[in-house]
Ligand binder design. Sequence first.
Ligand code: CAO
Length: 420
Amino acid sequence: MKALAGVKILDFTHVQSGPTCTQLLAWFGADVIKVERPGVGDITRGQLMDVPGADSLYFTMLNHNKRSITIDSKNKKGIEILERLVKTCDVLVENFAPGALDRMGLTWARIQELNPRMIYASVKGFGPGPYEDCKVYENVAQCTGGSASTTGFRDGPPLVTGAQIGDSGTGLHLALGIVTALYQRTHSGKGQRVTCAMQDGVLNLARVKLRDQQRLAHGPLTEYSQFGEGVPFGDATPRAGNDSGGGQPGRILKCKGWETDPNAYIYFITQAPVWEAICEVIGEPTWKTDPDFATPKARLPRLNQVFGRIEQWTMTKTKFEAMETLNTYDIPCGPILSMKEIAEDQSLRATGTVVEVDHPKRGKYLSVGNPIKMSDSPADVQRSPLLGEHTEEILASVLGYSADEIAELKRVGATAPLPK
Ligand code: CAO
């Protein structure tokens, strides 16, 4: 039995942030019923399409293990179905623009009236405040959550990161809120509202940068490369390139082949306990005792020199050769893996982190499986549903509609587009 078996999720999510949350819950065993607009569906079904006539990878990779029902929430009968779903489900998850559910008549007050045990979970761009009514996509959240201003190089513009920390990151936060609320309900018997703002989720992931903001008041950030370069600090946490912090400075260094391969690099950390081993590997044994290099503090103003010398060594090896050698000394490092290398990595396939999924319209494709491994609730990845694939099944088996009623709902446009 799966961890969340028996939990029914009314999944009113679209695009990325909400769907990542409900996909995780589905992998943990919840019955996730995805509500989509008849004839249209989640907008991502048709975005970034690569195979004509097949749901995009954007959609399929975010909606595994779910069932799809089409309901027009602006149709009177459609709202009736939704209300019956609210009565029977444990959790409602949504990430529409602020106010959209209220406009459907599904206010928090109405939801509590229908089902006091309901957990009502939402992703919004911002929490209460000046921006609460704004629509938000990934990069807006990265910019307003403090990530962009602290990402990139000092002499370049702010940068967004490829990891979807605004969308998927907030979906992950929301999933934790939901399972926590489910746990509290086992004592209280009551549902509750769970909200997660994308700005807040990003800031939570960028909290070390707010730490550094406050440290600035007490002097320069000595672990940042700009300290060693003699560049004065301003009044806000600066961008720090690929620096990693504290007594364990790190950088991305070139490896053999970097001239033609954009990913021939390795991340190298000069972890203090293995400094002597690093000196041996790179051929600088005197740095072990040289007072300019022997301690982390002494090295901080000389990081460019230190990493310049280490890079002379890494450039003589491929990233995988360097990784192998450094690992024999327990020196923390990691090759910069391209998505191609990750897609081909057999160990990620073996753990189910990268999975091959078969889809009736697009054939086989790769996806990312559940990154959270549970010994008693393993996730098996099942293809995403076709639009409305389970409409009749859900109406009949979850809500108890008869065949005639189901036909009537279709006829009045509650579950299918009306003929033009
Ligand atoms: N039947 C009929 N109408 C439906 C429906 C259904 N099954 N499902 C949704 N709709 C309607 C809603 O009622 C709403 O209509 P109204 O505006 O008239 O009330 C509309 O579709 C939803 O619109 P939206 O404003 O949420 O969609 P959008 O494409 O304009 O904006 C987004 C998208 C993501 C910017 C916005 O939803 C948002 O800000 N969400 C919160 C933050 C968020 O999750 N962002 C992450 C985006 S990427 O993961």
